[in-house]
Ligand binder design. Structure first.
Ligand SMILES: Cc1cc2nc3c(=O)[nH]c(=O)nc-3n(C[C@H](O)[C@H](O)[C@H](O)COP(=O)(O)O)c2cc1C
Length: 369
């Protein structure tokens, strides 16, 4: 039987060649003003020939204070978009992947040093900035955020819209809103960060209000023909936090507003989370969403073995599998998976001879597949 991992998937007018996605991964390699650098050319250029169906560019801040580190990528100025344009052009010239980008706001987890320097709060002398959140409740070990008022909420909603317009100008095929990992939009959902007394806090309906408003505003400007998705922390993995049942309600509301897919991630709202980590540990969360809500679902988290990815897709547990660290470790993962599972991928002509079927053969054989 042929591989299901290597079957195409069409979402709106965009067809992905296979079910393999490169998960968004912050590189902390911007220039300090949200602009892409030559690191991005190398990093994304490498992934452009990965043969993944979709590459989602890292969390990109919608405003400067929405960065997690100083060196996050951003889309808050036209200059940011102009810096990314040649990178994307280069990637498209040399590869066949579809391209998405993730829009993000770090909220109360922003303003810290880069990952390999421990994500410690930055003082103003170190280039730090005031951070914002639904309520003035710090994430443990981080700076005290300022609670957003009505003007602040409007500003951030508008910043998501402007960044989405820039993503469209850049020609991205797909857009993802980062609503996970304890960052701003997830902070509205979770009682750990949201203790507001107004219509944006309190019961589930109120806590969903701002993320849903942002989603709707972005949907209004992002073309109907192109997929718009949301990454969720499906559960906070902690007593008193956001739950899988809440995520089912939220995903249904998102779908009704025109959301085309959700990615089932988890955690990030509290250091007290209790997660049991192992291969595919978040797939049951994706299954729970897919079972209850009629929406395309992406699974992610420690999927490293081709046969495991194949089992997940073949059994319809989720519709797409995203790989993060596994792709950094082996950017040709999809080639190897295709070889192992009998799937077809498009290999750039200059690299064709690397394929095991051609290593002992004649270089002038017809193109594989
Ligand atoms: C270096 C690195 C950067 C990441 N940056 C992001 C990001 O920008 N946005 C996001 O939603 N998740 C981010 N993540 C999480 C990954 O997308 C992914 O969900 C997670 O690593 C689990 O998948 P994996 O086990 O295949 O790595 C990052 C992970 C890593 C390792």
């Amino acid at each position: 039987m042929s591989s299901q991992l290597f079957t195409p998937l069409t979402i709106k007018d965009v067809t992905l060649d296979n079910r393999i996605v490169v998960s968004p991964m912050g590189q902390y390699a911007g220039d300090g003003q949200g602009n892409a650098t030559d690191w991005h050319l190398m990093h994304l250029g490498n992934l452009a020939v990965s043969a993944a169906g979709l590459v989602i560019v890292e969390a990109s801040a919608v405003e400067a204070r929405g960065r997690v580190s100083r060196f996050d990528l951003g889309l808050w100025t036209d200059k940011n978009a102009e810096a990314l344009e040649p990178v994307l052009g280069f990637c498209r010239k040399h590869g066949n992947c579809k391209w998405g980008i993730q829009l993000a706001h770090g909220g109360r987890k922003g303003g810290v040093s880069v990952a390999w320097e421990g994500q410690l709060p930055l003082s103003s002398e170190e280039g730090g900035w005031p951070i914002v959140s639904p309520s003035a409740i710090p994430y443990p070990g981080r700076a005290m955020p300022v609670a957003l008022d009505a003007d602040g909420l409007r500003e951030i909603r508008n910043a998501f819209v402007a960044a989405a317009e820039r993503a469209h100008w850049l020609g991205f095929d797909l857009l993802e809103i980062h609503n996970a990992h304890g960052y701003l939009l997830h902070s509205f959902l979770t009682p750990f960060a949201n203790q507001r007394q107004d219509t944006y806090g309190g019961d589930l309906e109120n806590r969903m209000r701002f993320p849903l408003e942002v989603f709707s505003a972005v949907r209004d400007v992002w073309p109907e023909s192109k997929p718009l998705g949301v990454r969720l922390s499906v559960t906070d993995w902690a007593e008193g936090g956001w739950t899988t049942e809440d995520s089912v309600v939220f995903a249904r509301r998102l779908r009704d507003l025109g959301c085309d897919y959700v990615t089932a991630s988890s955690g990030g709202a509290t250091p007290d989370q209790q997660i049991s980590i192992g291969p595919g540990y978040q797939i049951p969360l994706g299954e729970a969403i897919k079972r209850e809500v009629d929406i395309v679902t992406m699974g992610v988290g420690l999927i490293t073995e081709p046969k495991h990815a194949e089992e997940i897709i073949a059994n319809g547990r989720v519709d797409l599998v995203a790989l993060g660290r596994g792709m950094l470790f082996n950017p040709r993962w999809a080639w190897h998976a295709a070889f192992e599972l009998g799937g077809q991928v498009s290999i750039a002509r200059p690299y064709e001879r690397s394929h095991p079927a051609m290593q002992s053969g004649d270089f002038l054989k017809p193109k594989l597949d």
